[in-house]
Ligand binder design. Structure first.
Ligand code: PHE
Length: 453
């Protein structure tokens, strides 16, 4: 039966394609926009340390669990839980995932739109020769305006929908495989320039010297949320992608490589940004605009900086696109498989409804700035709710499903590809998904809510 389904379902063609597509989902604005701004706001090195701990101890097992669920069920997150645990409430995790996908797309595409604006501004040469204060003013003016941020949002949403309509192999694979290595190289160039700016060393100190007195419950929750967000786990994106992975791929090894690549890109983004923040006189804690304010300052100090700037913002837009398609795919796979819509109709319906929420989100820095939910504007509320609450809760249930509910034989079968692979790490994996990861996630929640001290 499952062979029949996988013959009909689209699938990724081989190891590099899987790693590239999932890495394409993982690597994006989460690494280059969100990670640096959170590090800057949350005290530097201490945040980095907790983040890396969460990635290694919780991120890899959640990712592997999602792959197991997706590949054995060959369905979207909701359908997968319904098939593997019929008549049980586990499928609610799938519903929560679709809801999270909806909200993430609204604020993520907003930031992707900022990236397109900066690509455009690089092309016209407008970013060069500006001081830190001028760049900050430029970002704030753009953000609080209406027309351009909405326009870029809509353009980005159309790109995402276009790729989703054209299907998994032709669409997702083609775009990820080529662009990712380039972005990586360019980040290294940026790191070198930033590190060699006079006064840059203070940035490295900020990033790599943890000051343990800065650790608070809030920082721990932020780091946990960021590790989930950055790895694209906790909402079923990787259940959906797992369902496209061929049976002979090594799931645990793939999860390990992808996690390593993702964390490396985040750290590189940090090394590119913080030395420049200190050298050029900005503030590490300047919030959501950090990347967009600091990077132009670095390009300005580089030979051929305007060219690098154009290429960088283009690649960053593409990295964002390989992430947005993975989020939209969650909603579309659900609509196609559960509500029996055509792929095209599902994509159009999903994109249009996300756009309604998205446009309000874009404008929450401007005309809708007075709408406040729990003391946050809509953008920051959606960001907080999805990454710090919904993804970790989803992840908690996903590891518990594999650790406590799902058949051990079937788990072993997936992890060894039906006995093909050795699977010597399986006992460690089982121990983590049964005990370590659930306890760690629960601890962070209870601690950040002040229930335990
Ligand atoms: N991981 C992506 C990034 O870092 C964002 C994302 C979150 C994608 C959740 C899918 C699901 O940019």
């Amino acid at each position: 039966m499952s062979n029949q389904i996988s013959a009909i379902r689209d699938s990724f063609s081989g190891r590099f394609a899987v790693v590239a597509a999932v890495a394409g989902s993982a690597v994006g604005l989460g690494n280059i926009w969100r990670f640096p701004y959170l590090v800057g706001q949350n005290g530097g090195g201490a945040f980095l340390l907790i983040y890396l701990l969460c990635v290694a101890v919780i991120g890899i097992p959640v990712m592997t669990s999602e792959f197991i669920i997706g590949r054995s069920a060959q369905l979207n997150p909701y359908g997968a839980f319904k098939k593997l645990a019929p008549g049980k409430p586990w499928c609610l995790i799938g519903i929560m995932g679709v809801a999270a996908a909806f909200m993430i797309l609204a604020f993520y595409t907003t930031v992707a739109g900022w990236t397109l604006e900066y690509f455009y501004q690089s092309l016209t040469g407008n970013l060069m020769g500006k001081t830190d204060t001028e760049l900050t003013g430029m970002f704030d003016d753009f953000l609080s305006s209406s027309f351009r941020p909405v326009l870029w949002f809509v353009i980005f949403m159309c790109f995402t929908a276009y790729i989703i309509i054209s299907g998994v192999k032709k669409g997702i694979e083609k775009y990820t495989k080529i662009m990712m290595p380039f972005l990586f190289l360019l980040l290294i160039v940026l790191c070198i320039r930033s590190l060699t700016l006079p006064g840059g060393k203070a940035g490295l100190h900020f990033l790599f010297h943890p000051d343990f007195s800065k650790i608070t419950p809030k920082i721990i929750l932020e780091a946990l949320g960021q590790s989930f967000f950055s790895l694209s786990v906790g909402m079923g994106t990787l259940i959906t992608y797992g369902s496209y992975i061929k049976k002979d791929e090594n799931l645990l090894a793939s999860a390990g490589y992808i996690t390593l690549a993702d964390a490396l890109v985040a750290v590189l983004a940090g090394i590119a940004i913080f030395p420049a923040v200190f050298a050029l006189g900005g503030s590490p804690a300047s919030g959501t605009g950090l990347t967009y304010i600091v990077l132009p300052g670095i390009f300005d100090k580089m030979p051929m900086g305007s060219v690098f700037s154009v290429v960088f913002f283009l690649l960053l837009s593409i990295a964002a696109l390989t992430s947005t398609i993975s989020v939209l795919e969650v909603i579309v796979a659900y609509l196609v498989e559960e509500l029996k819509m055509s792929r095209k109709k599902a994509t159009v319906a999903a994109s249009l409804s996300v756009s309604v929420l998205g446009v309000i989100t874009v404008l929450s820095f401007g005309v809708f700035g007075n709408i406040s939910i729990l003391d946050r504007n809509l953008f920051s509320f959606l960001e907080f709710l999805t990454s710090n609450i919904m993804l970790p809760v989803g992840g908690l249930f996903i590891v518990m499903f594999i650790g406590w509910f799902y058949s051990r034989d079937l788990t072993n079968d997936e992890l060894t590809s039906g006995g093909l692979l050795k699977g010597s790490l399986i006992p460690v994996f089982i121990f983590i998904v049964k005990f370590v990861a659930p306890v760690a996630i629960a601890f962070v929640f209870l601690y950040s809510l002040g229930i335990i001290r």
